[in-house]
Write a protein that binds this ligand. Structure first.
Ligand SMILES: Cc1cc2nc3c(=O)[nH]c(=O)nc-3n(C[C@H](O)[C@H](O)[C@H](O)COP(=O)(O)OP(=O)(O)OC[C@H]3O[C@@H](n4cnc5c(N)ncnc54)[C@H](O)[C@@H]3O)c2cc1C
Length: 365
């Protein structure tokens, strides 16, 4: 298909790999036979990596246009031997913007995401070639007007500006229609039975219609928060975000060891379950030493002793006098809140029930 950027920058956007470059990639990738019609990457799915065409051909297909009701997938690019697939989402691991389908059966070399990252780090020539091609291809998709997202809004609406910023920040191409200036907008509103007060409206993947959605709802629809978003490798897996698991995760972090904490309950549940209330000296010292005691020091009630009653007689146990230690009454769910906040602030990996992300692989050392 014709588009301005593609015409001007075809050579950089689709550089043919030289035999020397192909030989270097061959050492990293996996050869695969392909069948005509086989889908190598599905629109919206996490990219599998880069496919280098060795024989046959591959087509990159743009999604049905959100502005044309009856349109189907449209050919964006046709790749022949020496060409490779991929654009910016391939490196970031975010959902693919195009469908990649085999046109003529042949052979491809699959460079998976991890191998691609290694190549980008270690091979300056291929790194530059891939990066330039990926950026230009993303720009070309945006320029072509093919997008999974149609945003119907107004320059005067704060929510429209919020959604535009969100889509731009996440590098998601979108068709923007200003309902106050675009003659087609009224027809579109009628087509989707949208009332004025529902604007801004996001039409996602030509099907799902979201009325004044939150950023999280749009992210959910586009798969932006898909598990692939957190591809970090952690040294340790901790099961249970109780005080023990969270504190351990934090202490390890302070020593440079990163962990992922898996919790069967939601964050809201663990932060509201009433349990313990008394913290002994050792726990208080540990929380303070780990930099987690600020709120406890302000809100906790320090006690230097307690009373026991025997046959109507009250006996004071003078803790501090007897042991040099005190106790603090500070609810366990408040400690949990402080621990979760500290892990979140340190960009620690916490996986709660109902949250995004899963642990995909556990390697044996
Ligand atoms: C009523 C009550 C009062 C208490 N009062 C005090 C007190 O005053 N002072 C005091 O020091 N102690 C007190 N305790 C004890 C204190 O609450 C516990 O010692 C503390 O909760 C233990 O912490 P933990 O992290 O080991 O386990 P937990 O707090 O039990 O946390 C374990 C976490 O793991 C999660 N989990 C379990 N299985 C899985 C799984 N398979 N996958 C993913 N997640 C999982 C659970 O949902 C839970 O969130 C009290 C306990 C109770 C019940």
């Amino acid at each position: 298909m014709a588009n301005g950027l593609l015409e001007q920058r075809r050579a950089q956007m689709f550089p043919k790999l030289t035999s020397a470059q192909l030989a270097r990639l061959e050492r990293q990738g996996t050869r695969m036979q392909t069948q005509a019609g086989e889908i190598l990457v599905e629109l919206g799915a996490p990219p599998r990596g880069v496919f280098v065409v060795a024989a046959g051909s591959i087509e990159a297909l743009a999604p049905p246009s959100v502005t044309q009701a009856a349109s189907g997938y449209e050919l964006l690019f046709l790749l022949s031997p020496g060409d490779f697939t991929g654009e910016m989402s391939t490196l970031r691991g975010t959902p693919a913007l195009v469908r990649v389908r085999v046109r003529e059966a042949g052979t491809v070399l699959l460079i998976d995401a991890e191998q691609l990252r290694r190549i980008v780090q270690n091979d300056a020539e291929l790194s530059e070639l891939f990066m330039r091609a990926f950026i230009l291809r993303r720009m070309s998709v945006i320029e072509s007007g093919h997008s999974e997202v149609l945003l119907l809004g107004s320059d005067h609406s704060a929510d429209t500006l919020r959604l535009r910023e969100f889509l731009t920040r996440n590098a998601r191409p979108y068709v923007n229609i200003d309902i106050e200036h675009d003659a087609d907008a009224q027809a579109l509103l009628e087509r989707f039975h949208v009332r004025g007060e529902d604007v801004p409206v996001v039409v996602c993947r030509g099907a799902e219609l979201l009325k004044n959605p939150s950023n999280a709802e749009v992210a959910e629809c586009l798969g932006i928060n898909a598990p692939a978003a957190d591809e970090r490798v952690h040294d340790l897996l901790i099961i249970g975000a109780g005080p023990a698991g969270l504190l351990l995760s934090h202490l390890l972090h302070l020593r440079g060891i990163e962990s992922v904490v898996l919790e069967a309950r939601s964050r809201g549940e663990i932060e509201s379950t009433i349990r313990a209330g008394v913290l002994e000296q050792g726990t208080m010292d540990l929380l303070n030493e780990a930099g987690l005691g600020a709120r406890m020091q302000v809100e906790g009630a320090v006690h230097h002793g307690f009373e026991l009653a025997f046959e109507g007689q009250r006996r004071r146990i003078a803790l501090t006098e007897l042991t040099g230690h005190s106790i603090t009454v500070y609810a366990q769910h408040e400690v949990i809140k402080d621990l979760v906040a500290a892990r979140v602030a340190a960009d620690g990996a916490l996986k709660f029930k109902g949250g995004s992300g899963t642990v995909t692989t556990i390697a044996h050392a």
